[in-house]
Design a protein around this ligand. Structure first.
Ligand code: ZN
Ligand code: ZN
Length: 298
């Protein structure tokens, strides 16, 4: 895309052309064709029923896109069979490559945060396609470290979670904090990543307590959201009753948590966030991401 187009998009987002192909895209950052392409990235790729990661195309049986033969353990990948992650399932729009990879790069690193709208919509559609997501009661975004927040200026997972929350009418609760900014994980194995990330997340008790105190100023939607988070009852007139028993009871009542992140590479980050949420009383965690990793050839 030419520089002028990029500048025009930033200045006049309502007259945008698609960031991927340059076609007119109405008020969104992606055109309908590219949305469809990205939304259907997974096609009929074989993926692990637990972690959702895709198996590579083998190419050996002239059946591109299918590698059922590599799935010797049945529906789960060997890593999930050996050591199941703390979340009960993870799903994504597709493998981290091609247009999906490019659009995630643009979203995170080149300032097109408006991409959270079409990408959040695609995640909401994925949510609606996967029945097992439906009993999720709250959405929790994977947090960024303060350092990353400072350099990037926004948390890509939080914006996606907010968009999904609007579309699905689910409360978004930022109850996780990233306490340690772990070094790059890209060269580590799954086990290495798990060791590396252990202890990197904590529950943000301060935020929730503050929000409950501030409930009188909150919007109706937020009050409803917090009421659902606190136990599924309608918001009482004038605000939300602070749930008795603290965050762990609150999470326990909220029950099923939908964790949102941009990419699930090995599942170590999502697994560690899930571990923290389960420890605080959440019943179960499912994970939704834009992309997930392709597994190593077996
Ligand atoms: Zn396009
Ligand atoms: Zn797996």
């Amino acid at each position: 895309m030419r520089l002028l187009d990029k500048m025009l998009h930033l200045l006049f987002p309502q007259q945008s052309s698609c960031l991927l192909c340059g076609q007119p895209a109405g008020s969104e950052a992606l055109c309908g064709d590219c949305m469809e392409g990205i939304g259907g990235s997974r096609q009929d790729l074989n993926s692990c029923q637990r972690c959702g990661r895709y198996l590579p195309e083998t190419g050996e049986d002239n059946d591109a896109g299918r590698s059922g033969k590599a799935h010797k353990g049945g529906r789960y990948c060997p890593e999930c069979l050996e050591a199941p992650p703390a979340f009960f399932m993870a799903r994504s729009l597709g493998p981290y490559r091609g247009d999906l990879k490019q659009v995630i790069y643009m979203y995170k690193y080149t300032g097109y945060r408006s991409l959270c709208r079409p990408l959040g919509l695609l995640l909401a559609e994925l949510f609606l396609r996967e029945k097992e997501f439906w009993d999720s009661r709250v959405i929790v975004p994977v947090p960024l470290s303060l350092e990353k927040m400072r350099t990037r200026g926004f948390n890509q997972s939080e914006l996606l979670a907010e968009r999904m929350g609007q579309l699905l009418n689910l409360p978004v609760v930022r109850c996780l904090l990233r306490t340690i900014d772990t070094p790059s994980q890209s060269k580590l194995t799954r086990q290495g990543r798990q060791d590396n990330i252990r202890g990197a997340f904590a529950i943000n008790r301060q935020l929730i307590i503050n929000r409950q105190i501030m409930h009188g100023n909150g919007t109706a939607a937020f009050a409803d959201g917090m009421a659902a988070f606190a136990g599924g009852t309608a918001a009482p007139a004038g605000g939300i009753a602070a749930p008795a028993g603290g965050i762990n009871k609150t999470l326990g009542r909220a029950g099923k948590v939908l964790l949102v992140d941009d990419i699930l590479t090995t599942g170590a980050t999502a697994g560690e966030c899930s571990r923290v949420l389960l420890r605080e009383g959440a019943q179960s965690i499912s994970v939704i991401t834009l992309a997930s990793g392709l597994q190593e050839k077996m």
